[in-house]
Design a protein around this ligand. Structure first.
Ligand SMILES: [Zn+2]
Length: 170
């Protein structure tokens, strides 16, 4: 049972094109919404549940929240998740490609943010998930616009600055 507050927010959002687009993508990818959450760019609560093919996504009200919806749907729709950098790269590129090709939505700032996010996961994977830098996918390095040597150096710098910080990304 959906709470009335969420229902009202969805009704309001349905005046914009994004909600219809998200529903179209849910249907095309055979996935469903577990929970709608009011959009807040500072929240990090959106999530994909692979086995159930469900997503917890923001009520889309702008390009950015629409791309976040597609990102979570992208997690369900893309395969290689052996490392989080790959899972995030696949979800992000899937989301941006679909937004651009199907709905003519493109956002330069989202792309920049996306690269920083994937880069952060890559560094974390090298430091904490024993990912060898030589095994990092070349197409991901190309997309990030950095060399394997640079990634290693970034990981080195990161471990120095984060030495006293045991916070690890999920
Ligand atoms: Zn993600």
């Amino acid at each position: 049972m959906m709470n009335p507050f969420t229902k009202a927010k969805l009704a309001k959002a349905s005046k914009l094109p994004y909600l219809g687009w998200v529903r179209e993508q849910l249907s095309e990818t055979n996935s469903a919404v577990r929970r709608w959450i009011e959009w807040d760019p500072d929240l990090d609560v959106y999530e994909a549940f692979y086995d159930a093919r469900q997503v917890t996504i923001p009520i889309p009200v702008c390009d950015w929240s629409f791309l976040v919806c597609l990102h979570e749907i992208g997690h369900i729709s893309t395969g290689d998740r052996r490392y989080s950098y790959l899972a995030e790269y696949n979800a992000e590129t899937w989301a941006m490609r679909r937004a651009q090709q199907r709905y003519a939505v493109w956002n330069d700032d989202y792309l920049l943010d996306s690269k920083a996010y994937v880069h952060h996961h890559l560094v974390q994977n090298i430091l904490y998930s024993s990912l060898e830098v030589g095994k990092v996918k070349h197409h991901v390095l190309d997309w990030l616009g950095i060399s394997a040597e640079q990634v290693l150096e970034d990981a080195r710098q990161y471990s120095i600055t984060e030495q006293d910080n045991n916070l690890i990304l999920r």
